[in-house]
Design a protein around this ligand. Structure first.
Ligand SMILES: Nc1ncnc2c1ncn2[C@@H]1O[C@H](COP(=O)(O)OP(=O)(O)OP(=O)(O)O)[C@@H](O)[C@H]1O
Length: 736
């Protein structure tokens, strides 16, 4: 009930959340028990508002012993008899063992009870969820790109040392389609706009002709010439990766010096390197602007090449100002320069924008040339090529619809499926904010990595978590990136900082736990697997209210197959750590199986909640992670607001996905329109007659931002606005 109130408070608009309780999955005993509980809930909570909030306090402190025990008295003969079943309390039911709360120990300390869980207090995970609609991915015209050609680098008239380096150092022999089409164009001195699927070798497609050009320059290139080529990339890790590739390519041509500038590194050291001379300069936009403004020794008079890798990202709003400044600095000397834009998701609009600073660029779309177009469904409307994206042929794309409350357990179950019960899996999980990455890392490490067979701090060996996001120190970022690159199995929890360009070997699964901000970002995220002709899989999590995103993707020729949430959760049957109270026997009926899965999911959620509520620090971390998730949710572009709108979120349910037992107070109270809250009784009376004030979406968002987590930020709406804007545009990409 408290959750219901909160949800209604954030929006007086019609809410799309389905309130109907789906009972189809329940056994008759459960239906009976649930009916009983509902009538009891009505009797206990609905007559008085105050009793609901009183109960919420009880749940939070766990101290009002008498009242709580009254609520816990088992009534039904079903699951409650085993003390693990839920006691429905709106959405905040509890399961407790017969122990006095004073003896309650919090996770991770274990009492000698069955499964080491003396105290379980959790929500009813499987009740009051919105119905899960079937997802029908519309028919699309599948466009495929052939990755490899039979052509070799020898055909290109390159310097023999360059060809040898390709063979021996980079281990490449035949050209990919994009290389075959791009290298001759760039070697002829023309500008180009290049689009080809992720992991198809675009870096070498510009790297090879550039090195061929530089090594042939007469008089011979000197360090003191300064930058002859400038490569702009949106993230630090990508800058580092491109720099390493140039180090390899330039091995035989030692007189040409590559260098990297990126946020997080020491400016002083970079200035010194610039003074000494860097010929191939790779940089993030923000840091380059920084040096243009502050480093006298940076000069662009000799620049002959400008590369914008991930050009759509670099050209979009977040970097517009930086890029204008860079182009002005580069254009000033007025030397003839070759310009190249590359991305897997370049659209006509962007190429037109880019053409302003380019000279009759050649447009290279691999799917038009050497690729083959496969009509998967002739009835489907033909797509304009600029709108349709190509994903790797051997990428298997899935979507799973999961109600918010079950998100956390479902992600955990999926990770266990892959990393505990399958061999050699390397996963990347995309999450919408840095705080949420940190939170999930701590939570999973504590709850999933705990080894039940040891009392020591030894962790399970099959789960190795890594993290990558924009709020990490640069040394940590680089270390994590390299460690994850080299590991054979592991789970990288990250934000979109890892979505573009990164070439992480042998990644088997991409999980989009929070949906991407656009179809293009979807393509880049899934593109971290199935690279250069390899196999890979992806899984997109959506809530029932977000399923229209499948149509958005279909508009770009992306088709997904549905995975069922129950099938993911079923893995928990294999994990004895989350055993239900009843004796589980695999020969029992399908209904009993389903029941056991639900119990185990509840046990897992309980572990998460116990960890989160064990102390104030973890509670605050969970709350700020929830807050950051909500904030990120408000930054979806207006074109996707019909799919991802904050008013469609159920706060109480979203809170569960952060291990919180209830929607935190403050989120609701500051935005409430409940007339009973009025201090002025007369006014309150008048107000009571009126329907709740309809808030504009702006008001709702600003209310949301004024929650308890932001105490101290209250009244700083300007800086808040700034932060939000920044977050939406380029939160994870580099600004310096
Ligand atoms: N001709 C080739 N033969 C074999 N491997 C290649 C070839 N060209 C590039 N590769 C390898 O393919 C991988 C992907 O290349 P690259 O990172 O350049 O792809 P991309 O098209 O830029 O991807 P994204 O769009 O994700 O940035 C790299 O490991 C690279 O070394």
């Amino acid at each position: 009930m408290a959750e219901d109130m909160l949800m209604l408070n954030i929006s007086s608009d019609p809410v799309t959340f389905h309130r109907k309780t789906d009972r189809s999955h329940l056994t008759s005993a459960e239906k009976w028990a649930q009916k009983k509980l509902e009538s009891k809930r009505k009797a206990v909570f609905e007559p008085q508002e105050s009793s609901a909030s009183k109960q919420r306090k009880i749940n939070q402190t766990g101290q009002q012993h008498t009242h709580k025990q009254k609520l816990q008295t088992p009534k039904s003969p079903s699951r409650r008899s085993n003390n693990r079943d839920t006691e429905e309390n709106g959405d905040q039911s509890e399961i407790t063992a017969a122990k006095s709360p004073s003896k309650v120990k919090t996770f991770p300390k274990k009492a000698p009870e069955e499964h080491g869980r003396p105290f379980i207090k959790t929500s009813s995970l499987f009740r009051n969820n919105p119905e899960i609609p079937d997802v029908l991915s519309p028919a699309v015209n599948l466009v495929k790109e052939k990755v490899f050609t039979s052509n070799t680098f020898e055909e290109l008239n390159l310097h023999p040392h360059l060809v040898a380096t390709l063979h021996k150092v980079l281990n490449v022999t035949s050209m990919t389609s994009v290389q075959k089409q791009t290298i001759p164009v760039l070697m002829s001195g023309k500008d180009a706009v290049v689009r080809s699927q992720t992991g198809s070798g675009k870096t070498l497609a510009y790297g090879i002709p550039m090195v061929q050009f530089l090594q042939a320059m007469q008089p011979k290139v000197k360090r003191s010439d300064g930058p002859l080529a400038v490569v702009i990339v949106p993230t630090r890790e990508l800058a580092l990766q491109s720099f390493q590739m140039f180090q390899k390519l330039l091995k035989p041509f030692t007189w040409i010096v590559p260098g990297v500038l990126m946020g997080g590194e020491k400016r002083k050291a970079e200035k010194a390197r610039l003074r000494k001379g860097i010929n191939v300069l790779i940089s993030t936009p923000g840091r380059l602007v920084d040096h243009i403004k502050n480093t006298l020794s940076i000069a662009f008079s000799a620049v002959r090449w400008l590369i914008l890798d991930e050009a759509d990202r670099t050209l979009d709003l977040g970097f517009e100002k930086d890029l204008t400044l860079i182009l002005n600095a580069l254009n000033a000397p007025g030397l003839a320069r070759q310009n190249v834009l590359l991305s897997a998701t370049l659209t006509e609009g962007l190429s037109r924008l880019a053409s302003i600073s380019m000279k009759e660029p050649v447009s290279i779309h691999v799917s038009e040339g050497s690729g083959e177009t496969v009509e998967a469904c002739p009835q489907a409307a033909p797509q304009a090529l600029s709108d349709s994206y190509v994903v790797p042929e051997r990428l298997q794309q899935h979507v799973v619809v999961v109600p918010s409350k079950l998100h956390l357990v479902c992600l955990a179950a999926f990770i266990l499926t892959k990393c505990k019960f399958e061999q050699r899996q390397k996963l990347i999980v995309f999450i919408s904010s840095c705080e949420a990455v940190e939170f999930l890392l701590t939570l999973f490490t504590a709850v999933l990595c705990e080894n039940p067979n040891t009392t020591s701090t030894k962790r399970t060996s099959y789960l190795n978590f890594y993290r990558l996001h924009g709020s990490m120190r640069q040394e940590e970022r680089t270390e994590m990136f390299q460690e994850f690159s080299q590991c054979k199995t592991g789970i990288l929890l990250c934000t979109d900082v890892a979505a573009r360009g990164l070439d992480l070997p042998q990644v088997t699964w991409i999980i989009q736990y929070n949906p991407p901000s656009s179809a293009a970002e979807y393509v880049h995220r899934v593109g971290r697997t199935a690279r250069i002709g390899a196999q890979g899989s992806s899984l997109l999590f959506l809530t029932p209210s977000e399923t229209a995103f499948v149509d958005v993707l279909a508009n770009h020729n992306i088709s997904l197959s549905e995975m069922k949430m129950v099938d993911i959760l079923a893995t928990l049957i294999k994990d004895e750590r989350f055993k239900g109270r009843g004796k589980w026997d695999s020969k029992r009926s399908a209904a009993a199986f389903e029941q056991e899965v639900r119990e185990r999911a509840t046990v897992l959620q309980t572990d998460f909640e116990n960890y989160v509520h064990a102390n104030n620090e973890s509670l605050q971390t969970a709350k700020s992670a929830l807050q950051s998730f909500l904030r990120a949710y408000t930054t979806y572009p207006s074109s996707l607001k019909h799919v991802f709108h904050i008013r469609n979120l159920h706060l109480g349910h979203a809170a569960k996905s952060f291990g919180l037992r209830d929607a935190p107070q403050g989120l609701g109270s500051s935005i409430t329109t409940n007339p009973n809250n009025s201090k002025d009784s007369k006014k309150g009376k008048d107000k009571a007659k009126r329907p709740p004030k309809k808030l504009t979406s702006k008001e709702r968002v600003s209310n949301l931002m004024r929650s308890e987590y932001l105490s101290g930020i209250d009244g700083e709406s300007k800086s808040m606005k700034k932060r939000k804007k920044k977050k939406g545009q380029a939160e994870e990409e580099e600004s310096a």
